[in-house]
Design a binder for this molecule. Sequence first.
Ligand SMILES: C[C@H](O)CC(=O)SCCNC(=O)CCNC(=O)[C@H](O)C(C)(C)COP(=O)(O)OP(=O)(O)OC[C@H]1O[C@@H](n2cnc3c(N)ncnc32)[C@H](O)[C@@H]1OP(=O)(O)O
Length: 552
Amino acid sequence: MAVQYSVHDDVALLAISYPPVNALGYEVRKGLLECSGKAFADQSIKALVIVGEGKTFPAGADVSEFSKGTTAEFPLTEVIAHIEAGPKPVIAAIHGTALGGGLELALGCHFRLAVPSAKVGLPEVHLGIIPGAGGTQRLPRVTPAVKAAEIISSGVHLSAQAALKAGILDRVIPAGEDLRTAALAVARSLMSSPLDSMRVSGRPVVGGREALSELAALKSVVAKKARGMKSPVACVEAVQAAVESASFEDGMNEEMRIMFELFTDPQARALQYAFFAERQAKKVPELQQLSPSDRPAQVQSVGIIGAGTMGAGIAVCFLDAGIPVVLVDMQQAALDRGVGYIQHTYDSKVKSKRMAPATAEKRMSMLRGALDYGAVSEVDLVVEAAFEGMAIKKDIFGKLDKICKADTILATNTSTLDIDVIASATFRPDKVVGMHFFSPANIMMLLEVVKGKASSKRTLATAFALAGPLKKVAVMVGNCHGFVGNRMVYTYGAEAVFLVEEGASPAQVDGVLEKFGLAMGPLKMSDLAGLDVSWRVRQVRRELACDGHPPK
Ligand SMILES: C[C@H](O)CC(=O)SCCNC(=O)CCNC(=O)[C@H](O)C(C)(C)COP(=O)(O)OP(=O)(O)OC[C@H]1O[C@@H](n2cnc3c(N)ncnc32)[C@H](O)[C@@H]1OP(=O)(O)O
């Protein structure tokens, strides 16, 4: 049973049990409709509570159904309308993440209660769609329309406190208090209250038509940032429809029209594919069911060799994850530049109010600069981010092997070079692995974990597990020239250069691709990564080339 029904005196408790995230799939929607109908019809029941079993309130509609077409059976919009229109108060008791359809369900309830650690949001925009079960119409009826549009178009997850402040939640219970007990008490306190004012759909849009000029301004900001993505703009338009429509029903019809248009769009299909692909990438067969000795090592300190753009960017990733860093460079000037880059990164976050000054200070206090390898002798992991040259890398790894404690994992950030050759410079090839970050390392999400022929499961599992705290998407790749990311970039970059050779200006080439939606054109990207790096890579590719073909 996807929804379990239990009676607590005069309150019915509907517990959604549909692992892993209680997504609102067919069985859940059917269960909610049946169980709420049963409670509404039972004279001895005076109120209902909806909770999620396990780790969360529903985290959204079941995205896996989108391509199967089963969302049309017991549509979520109708389930929510049935609950909202019902004759008895329904309390949403939220823990974990009430996202997308989950928050839409809660907004259809008459009271929203949450634990302090709960998060809520409408992240549909990341799947190329808009909240299509009333979210764009109900959210602006509990929080100002412009704020609603910001929340929906950004897909941000709000903390329980922020959601309470915004009017999205009605109460946050103190930490440690039992959610179900608190929800049952709220249900009892509301049993004889009139329901009309508790039905969000019956309320006016917060801010009314005066919000329209601010919404228009927001739409142009969002359109600029969206770079061709349709859903962020559509999110604002759906909220505009809430303001402009004569009734809630008219607004709902417009939401449905926009949703229908986006639902089958290739952008939505691609983003939904990416959603599942990212999760699939986590499931590396050989790293499933690890024996205790193969499980990831605790990484409590990190050494980074090379204070250039990559090294400094990687240092920021670890500092942000709360892991102390020793940054090593052989040149004082280079070390100063690297530390300066890190300081500048935090200063700009503080300046733009994205980080509290105390947090920035704490991160900087976890950074130590050094001019010799001896400084990393005791760290758990070293990430080498020196120049892209095999002789340099082998020399560094040989030295690290002698200096570092026996169980230190040695990772290289090489973007192209053979991990096995680098590992051969050590007496611990099982503890050598590639951890290839993409420039700028503290911003780009992808982390290639490169598997050498001797890399042990524990080494690979450690590098892979770091993706969590580093907030990266890790992908396990084989050891070949350029791995996966750069093999794609070579072809893409080469075509860009051919266009320049044929007469287009670099600005034109980048401009067209940026207009298409890329954050940065390929030629700007080469500038950022360093033209010297590309040059070195081309030299190696030429040396490795066989009969004029690129290396395998
Ligand atoms: C009509 C409505 O407006 C339309 C919608 O509601 S669209 C859906 C909106 N909701 C979302 O986009 C939320 C998507 N999910 C998430 O952000 C995250 O999964 C989460 C924050 C809930 C949990 O994160 P985390 O703990 O890191 O677990 P994560 O690995 O992402 O997911 C766990 C599993 O749940 C699945 N899952 C998560 N959300 C899902 C969803 N909405 N539908 C189907 N499966 C989902 C994942 O595919 C994964 O399955 P797997 O173990 O088989 O690979």
